[in-house]
Write a protein that binds this ligand. Structure first.
Ligand SMILES: *[C@@H]1O[C@H](CO)[C@@H](O)[C@H](O)[C@H]1NC(C)=O
Ligand SMILES: *[C@@H]1O[C@H](CO)[C@@H](O)[C@H](O)[C@H]1NC(C)=O
Ligand SMILES: *[C@@H]1O[C@H](CO)[C@@H](O)[C@H](O)[C@H]1NC(C)=O
Ligand SMILES: *[C@@H]1O[C@H](CO)[C@@H](O)[C@H](O)[C@H]1NC(C)=O
Ligand SMILES: *[C@@H]1O[C@H](CO)[C@@H](O)[C@H](O)[C@H]1NC(C)=O
Length: 489
C-alpha cells in the first residue's frame, strides 16, 4: 500500500471521526411518563364475534398476546356499528360474512374475549354500536344489555361509541352530526357513572384531520364542553397514506413520516380550545388505510413508520396508540396462521425494553455514507428502560432509525455516552430485503421457539466509546445499562 493511499485513508477516518455527531440525551429530567400501554392493539368487532375466525383459547395466541402486555385490546372498527349483542344466545352462532350487515355477538363469545384479555394482561376497550337510533338520538337499549351482562363479571371494560363518525355520511350513508354524537356520549357517560365507576369513556375516533377536515372533532368537543361533559380521552385515527396506492419508497420517506407531526398539531390546537387538559390517544392507527399496502405493510419496512410513530407520540405525551390490527389485513401483527410479522417482533422488543418515561434528545445527527444526510433521514427517541427489561433502574434506551441509503454512525454524548451499549439492531432476514417477512436481531433470525414459547432476544454488547454503526435503512434499540440516570430513578 502506498504512503499516499494510507495517508488518504487516515484523512478519511479523521473526517468521519470529526463529523460523527454526538447525540445528547437529557439524563436529568424526563419529559413525560406515558405509562405502559402506549403500544396497544385492536381487533375488528366482526371478527371477534365470529366463532369461525379465531380461537381465543389458542395457547399460541395467548402467548403472543402476553408478549405485548400490558396493553389495551380495542374491539371496534367499522363493524362495531353493526354489532348486536344477544345475551339470550349462550352458544356460538355463525355470522353473515357481508361487511356491512348486522351480526350477533353471543354471550359465550363475549366471555371468551374477556377471558382471553384477562389471561393475557390486556384491558378491554369496547366500541359500542351508535347506528342503533331512535329519531336523532342513540338508542342504548342493546348496549344496556351488554352493560347489564358485564357489570359484575367484567367491571373494568372501557368504552367507545361508534367509529370514524366524520366519514359516516360519505362511506356508510349514515348521518350523525357532531352535536348529536356529543349528546350520545353524554348518555353513555351517564350510564358509565352508574354501572362502571372505574371505566373510561373515550372518543370520538375521528379520522386524520387532514383527510376531510377537523371540524367534526371541533364541533363534537365544543358541544361536550358547553354541556359541561368531559370525556376521559380524545381519540382520533392516524394513517400515513392509502394502502391501495402506497409504494415501497413511501415507507422510508421522512416527508411522509412528518405527516404525523402535522396532524398532531392540528388536534392539539382543537383540544386546547375545547377540551383543555384532556389526554389524547390514537384510537386506531397503522401505516396505510384500507387494510394496509399489500406486500409492504406486513414486511420489515413497515417498522420505520411504526417505531417513528411510537417515538413521536411519546414526545407528545400520548398514552395509548391502538395498532390496527393484531390479526387480519395487510398491516396485521400476526399472519392468518398466527405467525408473527416483522412488526410483531419490533413491538415485542419495544414492550420488553421501553419504559414510560420519555427523555429529551437534542443534536440528533449521524454521519452517513449515503446521499440523504439531510438531518431528516436519521431519527432518534429516548426513554428510560422498562422494569421488565431486567436492566438496572437508571438505564436508558434509544430507539434509532436510519432511513438513509447508506450506513449511519453515531454516539451518545455526555453522561449517557459513558456507558457501554447493548445493541438490538433489527434487520431483515433471508431474501427480500426491505420486503422480507423475516427479521433478525443482531444477525440472528427471530422466531418462536415453539407454539408456546417466545424467544429471549439477546443483545450485542458494544464497549463504551465505540461508534454505533447502523447499516442503510435499518432500525433498532440501544440500551445504555451502566449509568444511573437521575431521570430514570
Ligand atoms: C336473540 O336470540 C334469540 C334466540 O335465537 C332470538 O329469539 C332473539 O330474537 C334474539 N334477539 C335479538 C335482539 O336479536
Ligand atoms: C341493524 O339492526 C338495526 C336494529 O334492528 C336496524 O335498525 C338496522 O337497519 C339494521 N342494519 C342493517 C344494515 O341491517
Ligand atoms: C390545565 O392544567 C394546567 C396545569 O396543570 C392548569 O394550570 C390549568 O388551569 C388547567 N386548565 C383547565 C382548563 O383545566
Ligand atoms: C449541540 O450542537 C451544537 C451545535 O452544533 C453545539 O454547539 C452544542 O454544544 C451541542 N450540544 C451538545 C450537548 O452536544
Ligand atoms: C442518491 O443516490 C441514488 C442512487 O445512487 C439516486 O437514485 C438518488 O436519486 C440519490 N438521491 C439524492 C437525494 O441525491
Amino acid at each position: 500500500m502506498s504512503r499516499t493511499i494510507r495517508l488518504l485513508q487516515w484523512l478519511t477516518m479523521c473526517i468521519i471521526a470529526v463529523s460523527t455527531e454526538l447525540i445528547y440525551i437529557d439524563d436529568e429530567h424526563y419529559m413525560y411518563d406515558v405509562g405502559d400501554r402506549l403500544l396497544s392493539i385492536g381487533l375488528e368487532s366482526q371478527y371477534v364475534a365470529d366463532p369461525t375466525r379465531f380461537d381465543f383459547r389458542s395457547t399460541k395466541l395467548l402467548q403472543l398476546a402476553k408478549g405485548l402486555a400490558p396493553a389495551y385490546l380495542r374491539i371496534g372498527g367499522t363493524s362495531c356499528d353493526f354489532l348486536l349483542f344477544n345475551e339470550s344466545l349462550s352458544k356460538d352462532v355463525t355470522l353473515p360474512t357481508l361487511p356491512r350487515s348486522n351480526y350477533t355477538l353471543s354471550e359465550k363469545r363475549f366471555d371468551d374475549i374477556n377471558n382471553f384479555a384477562a389471561q393475557s394482561g390486556l384491558r378491554l376497550l369496547f366500541d359500542l354500536n351508535v347506528f342503533l337510533r331512535k329519531g336523532p338520538a342513540w338508542d342504548p337499549t342493546n348496549s344496556q344489555e351488554i352493560f347489564t351482562y358485564a357489570k359484575n363479571k367484567y367491571p373494568n371494560i372501557d368504552w367507545q361509541l361508534g367509529n370514524e363518525p366524520d366519514l359516516y355520511r360519505v362511506s356508510l350513508n349514515m348521518d350523525i352530526s357532531a352535536e348529536h354524537l356529543a349528546h350520545d356520549f353524554e348518555t353513555l357517560s351517564h350510564t358509565r357513572s352508574k354501572s362502571f365507576p372505574s371505566s373510561l369513556v373515550v372518543g370520538p375516533d375521528t379520522t386524520n384531520p387532514s383527510f376531510l377536515s377537523s371540524s367534526y372533532m371541533a364541533s363534537f368537543l365544543k358541544t361536550l364542553h358547553s354541556d359541561n361533559t368531559r370525556i376521559d380521552a380524545v381519540t382520533w385515527h392516524h394513517y400515513y397514506t392509502n394502502g391501495k396506492t402506497a409504494k415501497l419508497a413511501d415507507f422510508t420517506d421522512p416527508e411522509l413520516l412528518d405527516n404525523l407531526q402535522r396532524e398532531i398539531d392540528v388536534v392539539e390546537d382543537i383540544v386546547s380550545r375545547y377540551a383543555p387538559n384532556t389526554t389524547v390517544w390514537l384510537g386506531e392507527t397503522s401505516s396505510a388505510y384500507g387494510g394496509g399496502a399489500p406486500g409492504i405493510s406486513d414486511r420489515y419496512v413497515a417498522g420505520f413508520m411504526w417505531l417513528d410513530k411510537l417515538g413521536i407520540l411519546a414526545r407528545h405525551n400520548y398514552k395509548v396508540a391502538i395498532r390496527w390490527s393484531l390479526i387480519v389485513s395487510n398491516y396485521a401483527l400476526l399472519d392468518p396462521d398466527l405467525n408473527p410479522n416483522p412488526d410483531y417482533w419490533t413491538s415485542y422488543l419495544y414492550k420488553t425494553l421501553v419504559g414510560g418515561r420519555v427523555l429529551g434528545v437534542t443534536n440528533i445527527s449521524a454521519s452517513t455514507s449515503g446521499n440523504e444526510s439531510d438531518g431528516k433521514h436519521f431519527r432518534v427517541y429516548a426513554h428510560c428502560t422498562n422494569k421488565r427489561s431486567g436492566y438496572n433502574t437508571g438505564s436508558v434506551v434509544v430507539i434509532a432509525l436510519n432511513l438513509n441509503n447508506g450506513a449511519a454512525t453515531w454516539k451518545a454524548a455526555g453522561y449517557v455516552g459513558s456507558s457501554s451499549v447493548d445493541q438490538y439492531l433489527i434487520t431483515s432476514y433471508g431474501s427480500g430485503g426491505l420486503l422480507s417477512k423475516n427479521v433478525a436481531v443482531n444477525g440472528h433470525h427471530v422466531q418462536m421457539l415453539n407454539d408456546e414459547t417466545l424467544p429471549i432476544i439477546k443483545a450485542l454488547n458494544i464497549p463504551r466509546g465505540t461508534l454505533i454503526n447502523m447499516p442503510a435503512k435499518t432500525y433498532g434499540f440501544y440500551v445504555f445499562p451502566d449509568i444511573q440516570a437521575n431521570a430514570c430513578k
